[in-house]
Design a protein around this ligand. Sequence first.
Ligand SMILES: [Zn+2]
Length: 358
Amino acid sequence: MYCMKEIKVDDSVIQEAQNLVDNVYAPLKNFTNEKDFWSIAKNMRLSDGQVWAMPILLDLSEKEREENSNESFIISNESGDVFIIDNPQYFEVDRNLAAKLLYGTNDLEHPGVYRFMNLKKYFVSGELKKISNREYKVKKINYKTPDQIKEIFKNNGWRNIVSFQTRNPPHRSHEFIQKKSLAEVDGLLVHPIVGEKKKGDIKDEFILGAYAILIDNYYDSKSVELATFHTYMRYAGPRDAVFHALVRRNFGCTHMIIGRDHAGVGNYYGSYDAQNQFDKFSEEELGIKILKHNNVAYCKKCFDMVPDGDCVHSNDDKVHLSGTELRSKLEKNEDIPNTFMRTEVVNYLRENNDIFVK
Ligand SMILES: [Zn+2]
């Protein structure tokens, strides 16, 4: 049928190809080329000036390139998803420099940097085409394409929609921020990232399950949609914030919630870096309005959820658990206050085994 060389790639690469085809990464249609790579890294724009924050990469080894003799080739995965790369253009980048520009660090302890540094030798651009009409085979939980999501918004009669990005089960603070944002618009899209994550994060299916329970019990279901964005976590903090916002614009959202330390990891980024990053761009060129929120916590003296700085009480009066503390309390069956996480959500997480990424 096709006499091209076929290269087996990871599901995560096929997933990126499918995202390109689905217009999740519009205006990108192809894996990032060398010129755009450096333009994105240095200016957070494509070489034609449009805002874009993270390169979308296809990586191949030296051996795979040699076997290809620089001709068009096919990428596929074990499930049989198949894409063609026509007119491939190969390039190498100075990984240390690129990591510093993209992630603000080249420290291998940073999970996004570690992943980037360990990609195969060459990056490849070219014209991407999907050649099978077969359904995408990689298990995609609760995924809808941008076109499908926009259709749902239209049918719901929503004109203004706010999106919430997450990789965690819902805390009370998330619920508070979502509901506060929802008051300004017609609908809320809860849109967790599903894909490769770091050790200790909660597995995707349980984040979705936890949200389903929260929405069932505490939300007006007529104003919320729950769907997923399938990609690997980059943990690129401020840059990820822009990337996440542009992707949600492509899913038809008009507003995006950006909290403090969005998509951060460890202490690599300042609390306000992600929010401040948006000052570099006009709302018009982003195509989505950013709703910036402070951290929120339950205040034991106010008996209420309170954004940072909105009451006079100290940090000691606030209920907060770190990700590590939450994990430890879940595993040891210790009390988790319902002022931090709804009891129904806690019970759901406890009822399930093996909920953490190893
Ligand atoms: Zn207070």
